[in-house]
Ligand binder design. Sequence first.
Ligand code: ADP
Ligand code: MG
Length: 676
Amino acid sequence: MSTPAKIPPATLAKLAKLGIHHRSDLLLHLPLRYEDETHLAPIESVQPGETVQVQGVITHSEVAFRPRRTLVCRLQDGSDELYLRFLNFYPSQQKQLAVGKQIRAVGEARMGYFGLEMVHPKCRAVDDDTPLNSSLTPVYPTTAGLSQATLRKLIFNALETLPLTDTLPDALLQRLRFADFADSLKLLHNPPPDVSASSLEQRSHTAWRRIKFDELLAQQLSMRVHHRERSKRIAPKLAAQHRLTDALLRALPFVLTGAQQKVYAEIAHDLAQPHPMQRLLLGDVGSGKTIVAALAALQAIENGYQVALMAPTEILAEQHYLKLREWLEPLGVTPVWLSGSLKKKEKTVAAERIASGETPLAIGTHALFQQNVEFPKLGLAIVDEQHKFGVQQRLALRNKGNEPHQLMMSATPIPRTLAMSYYADLDVSVIDELPPGRTPVVTKLVGDARREEVFERVRAACVAGKQAYWVCPLIDESEALQLQTAIETHETLTQTFPELRVGLAHGKLPPAEKAAIMAAFKAGELQLLVATTVIEVGVDVPNASLMVIDHAERMGLAQLHQLRGRVGRGAAESMCVLLYQQDRLSELARARLKIIYESNDGFAIAQQDLQLRGPGELLGARQSGVAMLRFADLGEDEDLLEEARLAADELLQHHPDAARAHLHRWMASKHDYLHV
Ligand code: ADP
Ligand code: MG
């Protein structure tokens, strides 16, 4: 950080922790809240729960020993009195708070044993003529070892010495009637006495709106700039040749739904452009994304390019491998399988076949983008369940080729405001229709007391020739415990159902064994599959029509929806039983079970999920890379987001210098992960 006043290195390091790397970053480090020390509240008017400043004389001071050592003082201001209590205190404090001293105290009032009190208020000795602060006191987000006072001094210094030029052109400012940037910033850091504290705290004040708008505008600009840059880069033109793709369509036992045709047309069009595609394919569980991916792959392959398909788990990657091999081998396209669990020698062989260029299609887990795998002619990278991958991993895969096209797939729908903000740099295709002939899954909520009934239901279904999943609970996110439960459940169920063939699948099985079990279940040799949540994504066994989810109250909405999507894939009537623990049901768990019980629509569920949990989870790994919004709130500031979108266009077209200055102010210190 370049600054006239020398800042000690230790302070610099702490500032860096707060994301402050340049002095100008200090300007945008805005208060979390404010303390009001601008006036004194008469004690008689103070309500419990209020944070206030009072002033009076200490009329009583003692150290009490029960229940524990506590300094208790009484403060009298002529209107009434209240107690000040300190559990930890120094002798110096005791002296400061001696009887007869005049004290100003700031803190939250509450009802204590003896009446109104403040616990650990901020206190200082005052005279009759000690002036009050003239403005609200900002309280900044900080980190251990960096005091409010130091931070405040640095920020105020930056405010006085740095230029606060408005980056928005006048015309725009006038049209949108926004407050001036410098005024807004000064007001937020140092609010004048007449500003209402609540409009600042709720961030509804015009100064806040200006700053939030600027933040959203910066986000829109950077997304747009990225989008533009991409359209300047060169990628191979992979126009449809209709040779392999048509052959696959002819061989399929089904016809594409209208929605599948529409999204494939969008992808086919993008692939034919000389610029890299970055398209997100959204479609609910079971909507048929795999066939679309296969068609995209074939279009690249029939142009002589290689394709990499990456999935987040071994089981899912393997399913893709098996499915695509079944579809593509008859067309003369043989995929290569590459996952971390292959033997070293097998890996080398696979990597060599990819490197020689003879392999048109490689399918696997993140092993695909390890250092020693080279794709000489990568034309298309497909990433399934993209939100499960980190930014770094996706970047690594993209870097395998010069500039491959990218297709990302996800079963988690993105609510509108998220799509408009965090995903604004991608093109999005949506499969909004399920293949025909599916019978909707019936969902049942069953309390744990009725476990026996569930056993009978499983038995009846399997005896009737159907297949079932039994999904074991998550235990405190601990893989070891989860594994143990799965093994125990498998034992119990094997004993409960001596007449059934019961298999077990979990993440720690050796891959060959796991593959054998999945294959046996698929072939109908196993009737009941006990599994951990490894089957959450992508597993496809149409004859399985019953799913029991044990301890469903522990699972998240997206996870429950994904799991339930494993049944109802055939024509048979399907059921999902959510077995839950009645006595340990939290409010949140109850709300989740209600939503999943009432809705089968992934989009509706995601909307509700957003309301229950906020955007972090839905953004998944993306949030670690993209600069999160610090001030704007997508729930509350949708109107500002709309304005920012329009303004971004206007700036880029008519005021490129302003756009650059604005981006510089807001993004200079951000890691530029936007390019992934
Ligand atoms: P997801 O979108 O969850 O990845 P899949 O691609 O696994 O869904 O497809 C789910 C099932 O639907 C698969 O068995 C697939 O073969 C089948 N399927 C896909 N498209 C159609 C279609 N148009 N008509 C009938 N079945 C289809
Ligand atoms: Mg899938």
